[in-house]
Design a protein around this ligand. Structure first.
Ligand SMILES: NC(=O)c1ccc[n+]([C@@H]2O[C@H](COP(=O)([O-])OP(=O)(O)OC[C@H]3O[C@@H](n4cnc5c(N)ncnc54)[C@H](OP(=O)(O)O)[C@@H]3O)[C@@H](O)[C@H]2O)c1
Length: 149
């Protein structure tokens, strides 16, 4: 079986959740590009096969889908605004915790650049092992506007 159907994915933000997402995707043979404000947090993932990006814009440009997982929406804006040109034609999945209004504001900004947007949240169990195994894209609370073409 080939891996031609497995999409490259970029992860923006390598806190515990972003790191767990990247590890899960690598374990399922995705090509994973990672970016974090503090570069050293990518090192362990690079040893496992992730590709480090020098900026959030480079990470977003590297994959058709990028998962954004930052501490809050202030961080999301600080990361996305300098990367505006790279967002065009891509799809962003934002799993950063926030309010529906915060999510809609980012959705409007992203879709205005011809990109798809899905806002969701991460739900985890208490134990760290469970976080690594069960980190999932659930509890989507804002409509999806992913491109259909
Ligand atoms: N941890 C959990 O158990 C848990 C469970 C459910 C949901 N969540 C949600 O998942 C999201 C991520 O949580 P997390 O625990 O993985 O990490 P976190 O500690 O909440 O977020 C840290 C990440 O945000 C980045 N960041 C913060 N401010 C930034 C800025 N101004 N510019 C660029 N990057 C910035 C950090 O970069 P640096 O490394 O450079 O500081 C790091 O990558 C949060 O919204 C959280 O509420 C977390």
């Amino acid at each position: 079986m080939t891996n031609q159907h497995i999409s490259p994915i970029s992860i923006i933000g390598l806190g515990p959740m972003g790191t767990a997402l990247a590890e899960t995707l690598l374990a399922h043979n995705h090509s994973v590009t990672v970016w974090n404000r503090t570069p050293g947090r990518a090192d362990a993932l690079v040893e496992k096969g992730a590709r480090p990006a020098e900026s959030s814009a480079v990470a977003i440009a590297a994959s058709p889908i990028s998962i954004v997982c930052l501490s809050d929406y202030d961080a999301v804006w600080q990361v996305l605004e300098p990367a505006g040109a790279a967002v065009s034609g891509r799809a962003l999945v934002n799993l950063t915790s926030g309010t529906p209004n915060e999510a809609r504001a980012v959705q409007d900004w992203v879709t205005a650049r011809g990109a798809g947007y899905l806002d969701g949240a991460i739900m985890v169990r208490r134990r760290w092992s469970a976080i690594r195994n069960r980190c999932s894209f659930t509890a989507v609370r804002v409509r999806s506007s992913m491109p259909t073409g």
